[in-house]
Design a protein around this ligand. Structure first.
Ligand SMILES: Nc1nc2c(ncn2[C@@H]2O[C@H](COP(=O)(O)OP(=O)(O)O)[C@@H](O)[C@H]2O)c(=O)[nH]1
Ligand SMILES: [Mg+2]
Length: 401
């Protein structure tokens, strides 16, 4: 039986429509990208169909300063080094772990550039600490004690209220919430480190913690890179935070920006800060904050940002609100919210080429310059850790620069 021409046409259109739907579905579904690590899989969502670290990674574009072409000798008075330091807040007891980390960073980067190390501590450093750290580098080492007025809780913090509120945080399983030194450390890293008198003439810093690892040879002066490309802040890992540790951070921030709308940058990263799609419960518990942040155990930054009027006003506002002690605000979300609101998004840089690990997360690029980590592997441990990756949001709203 012959089929009428209009019916045939309709049939063809229907088949085409079905094919189109199939095509759209197969191309928009987030893919499962194997992280090639012991069967771990890393589910990537919207904004990150494939982990960019699986693709070959080279050096950043533009002019790069190299040790072969310039004077980076440790004692040179004419050296090409800029005003910058490796910076580590550390306890005497962490000496062994710190020296291992120093060896990593010296081997992969600093033996070429010889930037000084500055060690900071709320206690005096021991002679053994000074000797063993200096033995790990040709560069100059400085050992500085933190003034008590920078470290201790401000006088308006109520000790009884701290005890009560920390008990509640501990019941909620918030790590370190009962440890007063941890709260002090987070506050100091938020609003004090760049005020240390020994750093008064230093502009750029690379924060280094004991126990972290570095995997890739970096053959250019990263501080010069920051300066030449007008960057304020560089990160490697981008994470969600525990919302229970900071329920009032975002409400306080909103009050602050209502008072000071002039501080908010035009090209800001607000969408990354307020996303409620990827982890709606996080946003809800954090009262409007996605909890996404740059993981601040690694940072390469320009202290002039933290010394600016807008950051200083923001930190003082937060400090008065008391959340460093009554809650457990970390310096990572505080730095990140400030950068996300008050800095131009183009001034933040993802150092994708710096292979890095702070347990349990990695930034491991696919590059012949790297060894000892697995490209694209984001975490090691329980599979729920994969959910803590906020890079899909960052790439979606801010970009992969
Ligand atoms: N001097 C000193 N350093 C501290 C203290 N608490 C933490 N730190 C340092 O602060 C950084 C962060 O602490 P860490 O224990 O690694 O915290 P985590 O990374 O959040 O688990 C590390 O460099 C520690 O060495 C402290 O009470 N005194
Ligand atoms: Mg740490």
């Amino acid at each position: 039986m012959a089929i009428a021409r209009p019916i045939r046409l309709l049939g063809a259109v229907a088949i085409l429509a079905v094919l189109l739907v199939f095509y759209r579905i197969s191309h928009s579904t987030p893919s499962l990208v194997p992280s090639s690590s012991g069967g771990d899989t890393h589910k990537l969502t919207d904004g990150m169909k494939r982990d960019p670290l699986l693709d070959p990674t080279g050096e950043p574009e533009g002019i790069l300063w190299r040790a072969e072409d310039n004077d980076y000798a440790p004692d040179s008075t004419e050296s090409a080094r800029i005003n910058a330091t490796l910076l580590s807040l550390v306890r005497n007891e962490e000496l062994g772990e710190l020296v291992k980390t120093m060896r990593d960073l010296e081997r992969t980067w600093n033996h070429k550039f010889n930037y000084p190390w500055t060690f900071l501590n709320d206690q005096p450093f021991t002679e053994e600490f000074k000797r063993k750290t200096q033995e790990a580098t040709k560069a100059k080492c400085y050992y500085e004690q933190i003034p008590a007025e920078h470290w201790e809780a401000p006088e308006w913090i109520d000790d009884e209220l701290v005890k009560e509120s920390n008990k509640i945080l501990e019941e909620q399983g918030i790590q370190y919430s009962g440890k007063s030194s941890y709260h002090k450390m987070c506050r100091w890293n938020s609003g004090m480190f760049y005020k240390h008198p020994a750093l008064a003439n230093t502009r750029y810093y690379w924060r280094v913690e004991p126990k972290v690892q570095f995997f890739c040879n970096v053959d250019y002066d990263v501080f010069r890179y920051m300066q030449d490309h007008n960057k304020t802040y560089g990160f490697t890992i981008n994470l969600f935070d525990a919302p229970e540790s900071l329920p009032s951070l975002w409400p306080e921030t909103e009050r602050f920006i209502a008072e000071h709308p002039e501080y908010v940058a035009e090209n800001n990263m607000m969408e990354w800060l307020v996303d409620d799609k990827l982890r709606p419960e996080h946003n809800k518990k954090a009262n409007g904050y996605s909890t996404c942040h740059f993981w601040s155990n690694f940072e390469i930054g320009d202290m002039d940002f933290f010394r600016s009027e807008r950051y200083e006003a923001y930190f003082n506002y937060l400090d008065r609100a008391g959340g460093f002690f009554y809650e457990r605000w970390g310096d990572a979300p505080v730095h990140s919210v400030a950068l996300g609101l008050f800095e131009d998004a183009s001034k933040v840089h993802w150092f994708r080429d710096i292979g890095y690990r702070h347990i349990p997360y990695f930034n491991c690029p696919n590059s012949p310059k790297c060894s000892g980590c697995t490209p694209g592997k984001f975490y090691e441990g329980a599979s729920w850790l994969s959910k803590e990756d906020c890079r899909p949001n960052y790439f979606k709203y801010v970009g992969t620069h």
